[in-house]
Design a protein. Structure first.
Length: 247
């Protein structure tokens, strides 16, 4: 399906018509092997940073709660920041008592030492999460202590400059030294959500590494492949784990 929108810029896309239910069903109804690997690595990355960070943010949350769950033991507040009104409406309801499908995602974290003290993740998320309708390009700087951004920077536009700016805005909203995890679709040709097509920038792991070079440190980039792709038109996932700012 091709996009009816003449520009592939972020501001030209029909974000408020993002079909949250369709996206949730297609992407997260079951726990995929690639998400399982990602969850395991984020859990270990955050655990290795050893602190209690207080303020967390997930940028472009959409219909995905597992990045926020990965920050749960560390945060007194977690901001879920997304531009689409459809996602924001769904999130405001969902975080109040998330549905059972997220139990298997939490199950991947629950066995790790840093996650074991969280007795009731459903209640904890309801207590700490705040949903904000906001634009990644208008994030304040140096405001959060830990952050995640999943399938957003490369999937919000067809313009490479916007991918790079989104990366800078995400890392820049974190205080220097803050741990982060960011995931990307590799070589994405764009994607369909229900009746709508959205553009993407066809990045590879080197693009992520190069973009983070000047704005982050201790960065590890992982390529994650699967034999059962989510859809056609991409080439696996990329996970970047690191810390904000120059060392
Ligand atoms: C491909 S979805 C990824 C959703 C989710 N993070 C996940 O892991 O599946 C891209 C998300 O980016 C959000 N988005 C697009 N443009 C944005 C912007 N300018 N500011 C904040 N969020 C934006 C969309 O609303 C959507 O939720």
């Amino acid at each position: 399906m091709t996009s009816p929108y003449s520009s592939s810029a972020n501001s030209s896309q029909p974000w408020d018509a993002f079909d949250t239910g369709w996206y949730l069903d297609h992407n997260y109804r079951t726990l995929r092997d690639d998400d399982q690997v990602i969850i395991d690595r984020i859990g270990d990355h955050f655990a290795a940073t050893c602190g209690r960070f207080l303020r967390g943010i997930d940028v472009g949350t959409g219909a995905n709660l597992y990045p926020a769950l990965a920050m749960l033991p560390y945060c007194d507040e977690i901001t879920l920041w997304d531009r689409a009104s459809s996602n924001v409406d769904w999130l405001r309801h969902e975080v109040m008592g998330y549905s059972r499908l997220w139990d298997k995602f939490w199950g991947e974290l629950a066995g790790k030492a840093r996650y074991r003290p969280v007795r009731d993740p459903r209640l904890e998320l309801a207590l700490v999460a705040t949903v904000r309708q906001g634009d990644i390009f208008r994030l304040p700087t140096a405001r959060w202590d830990i952050g995640t951004m999943f399938f957003v920077a490369e999937s919000l536009s067809g313009e490479r400059a916007e991918f790079e700016l989104a990366m800078a805005k995400f890392v820049g909203c974190l205080v220097p030294g803050a741990p982060f995890a960011a995931a990307f679709m590799a070589h994405s040709q764009g994607y369909v959500v229900g009746e709508r097509a959205f553009p993407a920038v066809p990045i590879v792991a080197d693009d992520v590494a190069r973009t983070l070079e000047a704005i982050a440190h201790n960065v590890d980039i992982h390529k994650i492949d699967t034999e059962t792709p989510l859809r056609q038109g991409y080439d696996g996932m990329i996970l970047a784990l690191g810390h904000a700012g120059r060392r």
